[in-house]
Design a protein around this ligand. Structure first.
Ligand SMILES: [Fe+2]
Ligand SMILES: [Fe+2]
Length: 429
């Protein structure tokens, strides 16, 4: 652990202790032990079993906030904080190896987030909602809970490890805000069932959510195991063609952002992204010497490389799970103007997934460079997309791509001018 992290942790613990005692003295009251136990157990249950994990963004959605939202109405900030502190202990991660400072940090974060959420709820409820259902105060409480929670974690992650931030800050918070909206609405449903019906319905709704989650999860698991198999194939391609190592993974990441920007349905986006991860799978059939060659390719060799789209398609076409979007692999080297391969399809005859993939595939080549050409700078890449809109790229997709680049979504991927000059130098000599 570095010095900055140590100082940060000390500050958080100091803050937690002081706020703990301030709240204890200002809000301590006798509460029903039954209520306390009920919420503690419910929270322990959801924080130990309920995980929606997005492997693309590495963001986990938990059911903690939805349950805590109800505790904000039942308890004052001190008790709500204490319930969050104790109820979010994950038994599993303790078994994997107990690290005391991580444990204490997590306890502090949940205490601070929940007590500030509950405090905001208590303060805003009489003003915003009065005696009606607390839609607005619950919203403010959720936002505050979320901000405190994620900000404290974001800071420690960035202090501890500089390489860990794979996403730009902007897209990270965009993802989190989707998460917040989901949690808020789930929280309202739980709150309504508690307020207007009973604890029994509250528990039933949670169980129902779990059943729904498992239903989707088993489908997701199927998708995951298929992706894992394909990813093993990918390692083979990477080892064959070291210059493009990690290429498919990065392309999938760009695809994820572009699909979001294009407002495609979630199901469609997920299919396109998983195909993007394996789009060059056909290269496993292409001769090693051709893939690794750093000289200009002969016409015959070039024709052979071009076949990777068809090889990939043929390899996977019998897997039911991905059948309907597989054309993307076949057509990811088609061009908007019809001058691509293998079929020379034109415009909207090319499936939209393939058009998206073409843009993302090219973006990666521009960012990383190839044996025969150095990487490009951010500005050069924007110019290239402008130039090739309507030629290689679907004009609408090119425009969206330029917007994403300008908005800084890929800022952590571009190479610095210095680095590019170094690479240009090594290419020339
Ligand atoms: Fe390709
Ligand atoms: Fe590619």
């Amino acid at each position: 652990m570095n010095k900055k992290t140590k100082i940060y942790l000390a500050i958080i613990w100091g803050l937690t202790l002081s706020i703990f005692f301030v709240l204890l003295f200002s809000y301590y009251n006798d509460i029903s032990i039954f209520n306390l136990t009920f919420f503690l157990l419910t929270l322990l249950f959801v924080s130990n079993f309920s995980m929606f994990f997005n492997s693309m963004t590495e963001i986990t959605t938990s059911m903690n906030l939805p349950v805590l939202l109800t505790t904000f109405t039942v308890f004052n900030p001190f008790w709500a904080g204490l319930i969050a502190l104790l109820g979010t202990i994950e038994v599993k991660s303790q078994q994997l190896g107990f690290v005391w400072y991580k444990f204490l940090f997590n306890r502090s974060v949940f205490f601070l987030a929940a007590s500030s959420g509950a405090l905001i709820f208590k303060l805003t409820r009489p003003v915003l909602d009065g005696n009606t259902f607390p839609i607005l105060s619950a919203l403010f409480a959720s936002i505050v809970y979320f901000l405190v929670n994620n900000l404290l974690v974001y800071i420690v992650v960035n202090l501890a490890d500089n390489d860990v931030n794979q996403m730009s800050l902007l897209s990270y918070f965009r993802e989190l805000s989707k998460n917040l909206i989901t949690s808020y609405f789930l929280g309202l449903v739980l709150l309504a069932s508690y307020m207007y019906f009973s604890k029994v319905l509250f528990v039933l709704v949670i169980i129902l959510l779990f059943i729904i989650k498992d239903f989707f999860y088993s489908r997701l698991q199927q998708m995951n195991s298929y992706t894992q198999i394909i990813e093993s194939f990918l390692k083979v391609i990477d080892s064959k063609d070291h210059y493009t190592e990690g290429h498919c993974e990065r392309v999938a990441n760009y695809t994820y952002h572009l699909c979001n920007e294009m407002n495609l349905s979630r199901a469609k986006s997920e299919k396109i992204i998983s195909i993007a991860k394996i789009h060059d799978i056909g290269k496993i059939y292409v001769d090693d010497d051709i893939l690794r060659s750093s000289d200009r390719l002969s016409e015959h060799e070039y024709q052979e490389i071009k076949r990777h789209t068809e090889y990939g398609y043929q390899l996977l076409k019998d897997i039911d799970l991905i059948n309907d979007e597989l054309e993307i692999i076949r057509y990811h080297h088609e061009r908007w103007d019809g001058r691509g391969y293998p079929k020379g399809l034109e415009g909207e005859k090319i499936p939209v997934g393939a058009r998206i993939l073409t843009a993302c595939d090219s973006l990666d080549v521009m960012i990383t460079g190839r044996t025969y050409k150095p990487p490009m700078t951010k500005e050069e890449i924007i110019e290239e997309f402008k130039k090739c809109a309507g030629g290689q790229f679907d004009p609408e997709i090119a425009e969206k791509m330029i917007k994403l680049i300008r908005d800084g979504y890929f800022d952590d991927k571009f190479k610095s001018e210095e680095k590019i000059r170094e690479l240009e130098f090594s290419l020339e000599y």
